[in-house]
Design a protein. Sequence first.
Length: 471
Amino acid sequence: MARSKSPRARGTGAATQRERALGPRSNGPATGDGEQPLRIIPLGGVGEIGKNMYVIEYGDDIVVIDCGLMFPDEEMFGIDLVVPDVAYLRERRDKVRAFLITHAHEDHVGGLPYVLPEFPGVPVYASTLARGLLGIKVKEHKLTSNPLLPLDPGDEQPIGPFTAVPFRISHSIPDAMGIALRTPIGTIVHTGDFKFDHTPVDGILSDFAVLARLGEEGVLCLMSDSTRAESPGYTPSERTVGEAFKEIIEPLDGRVIIATFASNIARVQQVLDAAATFDRKVSVVGRSMEQNFRIATDLGYLRYDADRIIPKDRISETDPGRLVVATTGSQGEPMAGLARMANRDHRFVEIQPGDTVVVSASPIPGNEEYVARTIDNLFKAGANVIYHAIRHAHVSGHASQEELKLMLNLTRPKHFMPIHGEFRMQVQHGRLAIETGVAPENVFIIENGSPRPAGAGRLRVRRWPVSRRRR
Ligand SMILES: [Zn+2]
Ligand SMILES: [Zn+2]
């Protein structure tokens, strides 16, 4: 099954000299034993949180993992969203064989509507829920020229000289995957966004067995989520949020409004479960959350009694003590549900004294101001607000240091590339890799657009050295 028993030894001799001279951007000749160089090129997602897009190139074939977007920060006046610079792909259009999607968060799929039109006919592979959610984008942006094909955990999908082997991973959206990509010179493991949740809400665990088997076979390069590489310990289970919801709701006799990410289906499930415990009805409010709720229900990713749900136009006539409203806007987005309710600008929900609002999210860096203003306005309107600074009704979907080390120890990669993080997070993650035994010269802290060729174990790349953590 394995293409290579273990990562290949470092090359020596004339070929090495010649390739060194060619430099990292060269499409140089095949390496000494007839192999092409393998290149990993992040077009987005390193040195930043957002617009993830990783190109993997071998000879005349390219696959792309994820195609995200990023929302602009405050200095980028007049810009609505930021997508990766795909010049590198545009110049190699005929080589692009497939887009592989790890999960349906916007920082992984949001760029597709802007990028796919340049690559007509190239298929997009995604898991069942991701395909369901992508269906909305396909319809809205008329992306019908790119087939949307199934790629679910347990599949093995050959694509040119590659084989994609997706595996199950826990994250803040169901059906999230990592992808192992077998290449002619060794296996690359891309973790996707992950944490190791041992009691996930949907009961489906990360696939430890596949990760261990990949480690056993030999992993040439691990590309792993660095979002929480600065956080010691473990990220708590998503299930702890459900307990918090129940503790918050139990003593209340007024209305409860819970704001979270529209895509966090597990969180919405826990709102439904907590409401059921206290026999409250649930109303789902907010365009993206309503869409996701419908699709997740249709595909069987949400479980609830149909009579638990009440339509939003019946909120005003429902006994406040018997109601929970799930809504969007946990990042203070001005046009989303929560901010409009706070500004008394919402058609169906007007905040009133006696309401309790739970902001079930932490502000993403850059959004703190919006979140703070929204919370202020909710208090002014008479609500009690439970938010990150007061009490945790939220956990991250990303792995902390001990989980990151477990990923490294399971896969035992020869080379390591921390991805999905700002520079300092990549550095911290690189240090964890060194602590678990990856050779310091094999840890690659790289920036968007730097190609990282790996030919017969040789790697040449513009990069920053990682120093061991000082104790
Ligand atoms: Zn994600
Ligand atoms: Zn992400």
